[in-house]
Design a protein around this ligand. Structure first.
Ligand code: I3P
Length: 109
């Protein structure tokens, strides 16, 4: 699955609150492949190598949990992703349907 997702980092590893200066929203082209959610700068190209920056932004979603971010009301269609190393991301999808689809696919892994 792939599509545009806008990310906000809410908590870093070990669940510590992401410090100010790194809490902004950033738009990515997201690709879910196996157990990894790649958050890429540019649109998905099937045969292109993954850049170092894109690798750094990749999120392992094994044992991660995606839910609807009902406690976040500033933006619509936002899902909350908690990873197994206690990071928390807010991810805004372009529509409710897309948000539900990402939640379903992430939790299926
Ligand atoms: C953050 C940025 C985010 C904002 C966040 C700020 O600043 O303005 O958009 O979240 O507020 O800290 P920076 O880019 O300097 O990290 P919202 O869009 O959700 O308001 P927060 O600290 O209350 O999460």
């Amino acid at each position: 699955k792939h599509g545009v997702l806008t990310r906000k980092s809410h908590a870093d590893m070990d669940g510590k609150r992401t410090p100010r200066g790194r809490r902004g929203w950033k738009k990515f082209y997201a690709v879910l492949k196996g157990m990894i959610l790649y958050l890429q700068k540019d649109e998905y190209k099937p045969d292109a190598d993954i850049s170092e920056v894109d690798l750094k932004n990749a999120v392992r979603i094994h044992h991660a949990l995606a839910t609807c971010a009902t406690d976040y009301s500033k933006r619509a269609n936002v899902l909350k992703l908690k990873t197994s190393d206690w990071r928390v991301f807010l991810l805004q999808a372009p529509s409710e349907e897309e948000m539900m689809s990402w939640i379903f696919r992430i939790n299926l892994v």
